[in-house]
Unconditional design. Structure first.
Length: 529
């Protein structure tokens, strides 16, 4: 019964070990190792990322300073133009056409000043953010210098060791699975062979039935000879089956013994040590990961500010260009009006020429702003393209990979330990079964002695009396109806001489609907009733 229960347990072990093999052969265990290696490579490249970002920050900081200088120049030009507008009013001595030009120009100049001051404030905030970003990167570089390249290289080295260790576990899982399947096959064979006790019991019951059919008035030598042959056949079969079962149990014991030779060196300590060293390396990198997270978060905020500033710079450059056109047009109109103004025409014309000069300067500044803004936007886009997972993400992934790897190794250890425990239980049951089988095998000799006694009795009965042939045939037919095994019928036919009808020509129905006639010698029903 214990062997039967072991079949189900072995099937579960094989299933678990198959799953373990798949985990280490391209499954989540393999993926976790790959992720650990990728995370280590990412950490190894942090210093290069920091250096690249520092270069881009320097470029953007220079561009921001240039833009602030350009905006200061714009404000100076607008202030000068405002003064010229006031001079036009003063010099024109209240002439209406000049008053309107001056008021309109000063209104537009005021709007330009407001927009330029707003942009300058944005540029000032951006300068502060870039300085903070640069400071964060310097701190990050100091943290990197403390743990680099030791920690990332350690992680890579331990990942390689862990991969080799897991490959060993995967190979062992496959080996254990192969042994477990071999045990499973031997178990099925052993369970099938256990039916020998039922078979011999049935055959001996048929012999007893034959003895009960003996008619003292009839000649019994033929029936006794048949019963002797049936007894001997049962004993021989029982001997063969016990030998076969003994060999099966021995093979099963040998398969179970193989588990003891598969225990890996260090038991479960190898993977635990590797995982502990990896966890230690991650702990050493904790400060760097925190600083990386802070720097990345600040960087993302600053890049958003940069993009907003670039948009505002674009709008401001366009507004300055439009303001330059408006001022230039007003200067032209003032010049035209000077032709009809007699006394004030010449001095106002001088002011109008100065206004045109400064409007051209605004145009040059707008072109410079447009050129400089590319040194602000392009580095920002490059930083966005090179953006890597934050330190928190990297740290979380490392922790997740470690947990996954630990779970995989634990699953493998538990499955193999379960297989070893089951094998140990099987060895215990096999010892009991082998001992019981030895006792059972000792029954062969008494069975053969029964056969010899029946044969001796048949010889002592003497020659068959021809007058009792029909009575003997009736006893033989009744005995034949009890057979449930094909080889019993063969022994029956081989033992009888030509005076008696063999089973092949007897048309009869066995008890409970079992056919006994024909050439049916199938053993499918042997010992199963």
């Amino acid at each position: 019964m214990e062997l039967c229960h072991s079949v189900g347990r072995i099937e579960r072990i094989v299933s678990a070990l198959t799953e373990v093999s798949s985990i280490f052969d391209g499954g989540v265990g393999s993926e976790a190792i790959g992720g650990l290696r990728n995370a280590a490579n990412a950490l190894l490249g942090v210093r290069q990322v920091v250096q690249q970002r520092s270069d881009e920050i320097a470029t953007m900081h220079g561009a921001t300073c240039q833009l602030r200088a350009s905006m200061a120049e714009v404000l100076r030009c607008l202030k000068v133009l405002d003064i010229y507008g006031m001079n036009v009013k003063i010099t024109a001595s209240g002439l209406v056409q000049f008053m309107e030009f001056s008021d309109t120009m000063r209104t537009k100049l005021g709007q330009g000043v407001t927009g330029s001051q707003s942009l300058d404030q944005m540029l000032q905030a951006l300068t502060t953010s870039l300085q903070a970003m640069s400071l964060n990167d310097r701190k990050l570089d100091l943290e990197c210098a403390r743990v680099f390249p030791k920690v990332p290289e350690t992680l890579l080295g331990e990942a390689d060791k862990l991969q080799a260790h897991q490959a060993s576990l995967g190979l062992m899982a496959r080996t254990v699975s192969t042994i477990a399947m071999a045990i499973q096959a031997e178990l099925h064979a052993a369970i099938a062979a256990i039916q020998i006790g039922d078979r011999v019991r049935q055959r001996l019951e048929h012999v007893l039935k034959g003895l009960s059919l003996l008619d003292p008035e009839a000649d019994t030598s033929v029936v006794l000879a048949l019963l002797a042959a049936l007894s001997e056949a049962a004993a021989r079969e029982y001997a063969r089956d016990t030998d076969s079962l003994s060999a099966t149990l021995e093979r099963l014991r040998a398969q179970c013994q193989k588990f003891g030779d598969l225990k890996p060196d260090g038991s479960g300590e190898g993977d635990a040590d590797v995982l502990a060293r990896i966890a230690c390396s991650v702990g050493e990198a904790h400060g760097m990961l925190q600083q990386l997270e802070h720097a990345d978060n600040e960087g993302m905020t600053t890049m958003a500010l940069i993009l907003n500033t670039v948009d505002e710079v674009t709008r401001r450059a366009k507004a300055i260009a439009e303001l330059r056109l408006d001022v230039q047009h007003m200067a032209i109109n003032i010049s035209l009006s000077c032709r009809t103004a007699q006394e004030v025409g010449r001095p106002v014309m001088v002011i109008a020429n100065e206004i045109r000069t400064y409007s051209n300067r605004l145009d040059a500044i707008a072109d410079s702003i447009h050129e400089t803004q590319r040194n602000l936007s392009e580095p920002c886009h490059r930083l966005q393209a090179r953006a890597s997972p934050s330190g928190a993400t990297t740290g979380d992934l490392l922790a997740q990979f470690l947990a996954t790897i630990g779970d995989c190794n634990t699953t493998a250890r538990q499955a193999m330990q379960q297989a070893e425990d089951e094998a140990q239980d099987l060895r215990s049951h096999l010892s009991s079964a082998t001992s019981a089988l030895g006792d059972a095998a000792a029954l062969v000799q008494p069975m053969l002695q029964v056969s010899d006694s029946l044969r001796e009795a048949s010889l002592q009965a003497g020659e068959a009396d021809p007058g009792t042939t029909s009575t003997v045939q009736a006893m033989l037919d009744e005995l034949a109806r009890t057979y449930t095994m094909g080889d019993e019928r063969e022994v029956h036919n081989q033992t009888l001489d030509d005076r008696y009808t063999k089973i092949a020509t007897v048309i009869a129905t066995a008890p409970e609907g079992m056919a006994i006639g024909g050439t049916d010698d199938d053993d499918e029903d042997d010992g199963l009733f």
